[in-house]
Ligand binder design. Structure first.
Ligand code: NAD
Length: 403
């Protein structure tokens, strides 16, 4: 059986790597020529621990190509293209529709599996869009950036959504050797499982951030509160760390899209409305603390440690650090940033200097803000940091530093 993958991003490459590791012949196609050129010479378009090694070790080398037809004519085609937010908060399905059209044009009746995160009902709507020329199924992806290979090779669960018995049996067969529990259901339910999972995790983060706001006022230590709560296995310790809000390429857009879907069918999702409002407020917290401490940011040198939306990745899409940078730029601050995995920023942050090391960013700094909890930042102590700075303002919304 041959596997086609459309999209060579985090999910596409994870999908390609996991099937290649299991001995399948895989063709991975992307419209981005630069990405494919890198992959063809054995380089990744982003940092992800262990991925290069999995591709290098596969018995049948993965074919990387810009020729979509080569991937679309495989036995099963996984659609792993992006689903960004549209202006109204809904998921923009432009890339999914283009991928489906490319497939329907060359491979009549192909099994087209949506791994992209899509609103419930999308498999059915894509099937109509291609006038029934594809057999569309849903197989949402649950990997975590920073652990992509680990998660792709040992998934927590496999969710298969199919509205047709023959497609379901092909997909069950495809995953028959994996040890992960399999949930098989119809497409709309499979799509909902993914949205509900991401929305629940985002809500957990906003919950502890709301509790953190109260702890700060009444003098309670939110870290101990989180530890005490997390030891209850009905609650669990994960996603219970206070911080400057959730970011990244998934939670913000997926929560927005589910809220949009709920509104469109007259079922307002009140918890998720609160989750996004709390998140927007928490993202402003480091900026508010800076202004409280320095008053006027104009000309003040501000060091920012951490740009990625979480440790283990160089991904800055919707990262809370970008919100901080945008506000400080508007206030004409003098910004120097360091992140172990981020070497460049979007054009709107062009004036931010990038330091070669964490300690270099501190030179002459009036303030330090720690936006990503990279473990290497925890190795510094406050006294050592203050010795390298001009001012004495340290803002640490993720509680990275000891003491
Ligand atoms: N990144 C994650 O951690 C993660 C986890 C689970 C699910 N998802 C979901 O998976 C999907 C992909 O996410 P990602 O982070 O891998 O995105 P990405 O932006 O890293 O990659 C998407 C790729 O698709 C390519 N593409 C666009 N149109 C195409 C087409 N017609 N044919 C072939 N390639 C095309 C783009 O050039 C890009 O390289 C999204 O729906 C996302 O929500 C992401």
């Amino acid at each position: 059986m041959t596997i086609g993958v459309l999209g060579a991003g985090y999910v596409g490459l994870a999908t390609a790597a996991s099937f290649a590791a299991r001995g399948f012949a895989v063709v991975c196609a992307d419209i981005d020529e630069k990405k494919i050129a890198k992959l063809q010479i054995g380089e990744l378009p982003f940092f992800e621990e262990g991925m290069v090694e999995v591709f290098a070790a596969s018995s049948i080398p993965v074919v990387f190509t810009t020729d979509l037809a080569k991937a679309c004519t495989c036995d099963i085609v996984f659609c792993c293209v992006g689903t960004p937010s549209a202006a109204d908060g809904s998921a923009d399905l432009f890339f999914v529709r283009s991928a489906a059209k490319a497939c329907a044009d060359v491979a009549l009746n192909a099994i087209f599996v949506l791994k992209s995160t899509v609103p419930p009902g999308t498999s059915l709507s894509i099937s109509k869009f291609v006038e029934g020329k594809l057999r569309v199924a849903a197989n949402p992806e649950f990997l975590r950036e920073g652990h992509v290979i680990q998660d792709a090779l040992n998934p927590s669960r496999i969710v298969i959504g199919a509205d047709d018995e023959s497609v379901l049996s092909v997909l069950l067969d495809l995953y028959s050797e994996t040890e992960a529990p399999i949930v098989s259901t119809n497409t709309v339910t499979a799509e909902m499982i993914k949205y509900a999972s991401n929305s629940f995790l985002a809500t957990k983060i906003s919950f502890i951030n709301d509790i953190a706001n109260l702890c700060d006022v009444i003098g309670a230590d939110v870290r101990s509160v989180a530890t005490g709560m997390g030891l209850d296995d009905r609650i669990g310790a994960k996603f219970l760390q206070p911080g400057p809000g959730y970011g990244g390429s998934c939670f913000p857009k997926d929560v927005r899209a589910l809220i949009h879907l709920g509104r469109s069918v007259n079922v307002p999702l009140r918890i998720l409305e609160a989750t996004t409002a709390i998140n927007a407020d928490r993202q402003l917290l480091p900026y508010r603390q800076l202004v409280e401490s320095l008053r006027n940011l104009k000309g003040k040198r501000i060091a920012v440690w951490g740009l990625a939306f979480k440790p283990g990745t160089g991904d800055i899409r919707d990262a809370p650090a970008l919100e901080l940078l945008r506000r400080c730029i508007a206030d004409h601050a003098d910004l120097v940033a360091f992140d172990p995995r981020v070497r460049s920023l979007p054009a709107e942050c062009g004036e931010v200097k990038i330091a070669a090391a964490a300690i270099d960013a501190l030179h002459n700094a009036d303030a330090l803000v720690i936006m990503t909890d990279w473990s290497e930042f925890a190795e510094f102590d406050r006294a050592e940091i203050l010795k390298s700075m001009r001012g004495n303002c340290i803002i640490d919304p993720r509680y990275v530093l000891r003491g």
